[in-house]
Design a protein around this ligand. Sequence first.
Ligand code: MRU
Length: 342
Amino acid sequence: MTNDVRTLEWTGDGLRLLDQTVLPGRVEYVVARDVGTLVDAIRRLVVRGAPALGVAGAFGVAVAVLQAAREGWDDAARDAAIAEVREARPTAVNLAAGVDRVLPFVAKGADAVAAEAQALLDEDVRGNRAIGAFGADWILRRVGDRPLRVLTHCNAGALATAGWGTALGVVRNLHERGRVEMVYADETRPLLQGARLTAWELDRAGIPCVVQADGAAPSTILRGLVDVAVIGADRIAANGDTANKIGSVGVALACREAGIPLVVAAPWSTVDPALPDGTGIPIEERPADEVLAWGGARTAPEGVDAFNPAFDVTPARLVTALVTETGVLEVSAGTTPARFRA
Ligand code: MRU
């Protein structure tokens, strides 16, 4: 994030989270000193975005270890609490990976767990800087070294990570080089991560942006108003199939039709090598009210139910490039994560 606002911070006895549910109207924090508070914060999207969830999961283990000592839990109760954190949301593989990374430190105590979680946080910020530079280099080579019109979907910024951002890390890097003409930020129904969070971040960074309805995105692309689309990811299968916020597939199809690149920016921790393709990615279905009501008032007729998948899976053939902290994989041309690592 910028210097004054941090997405996540370890306080020594808990995890302080910037409450993303009340942005941009209010800057408030939730401090999780027990597992119940943290799991609730993850489910309500107080903290969200795959890399941020990974860091929250890692610190969540420290929270569980401290709570277990405080409340006299046995190891089984502590491990059940850790499992609850790990499973609080299903799609972003980073959450489980963040928990798993620090498990070997549990026997050494909460400070050791928190130190490893802090290492993950620091790596994430460094990785995002690298993603930003690799992505910007690739885009300027591929699309042209001039001010560009960039479309993004959801929020893959500093708020969705430990800092700087993945997709918005690329945008920030392009902006530092004077190569951003305009960012089209899809509003991202139903929880408005684009309108509330991406626009907030871009505005604070002085990057020109407009918010558009999700339904406008394919048309904006087909009208020739966009040079490149850059999105984040929640889980990427070995073949490059990419889960990201619902609506990403429409953006990808329009990019293919218009002949512009779709760039996915994500750290290697978002790649799930255990999944050969995207059919095995668990897609979170969220509460019906998020779609059927607005501001507490029902918008759809009583008695009508909702279908509310939070993510979709873009087939690898539509992913022009995957930008990681180690470089760029041209996925639709055949450089899948599995091939690259093989
Ligand atoms: O439901 P959310 O807000 O957690 O969804 C987040 C996204 O889909 C992001 O694009 C993704 O996690 C990448 S964040 C760098």
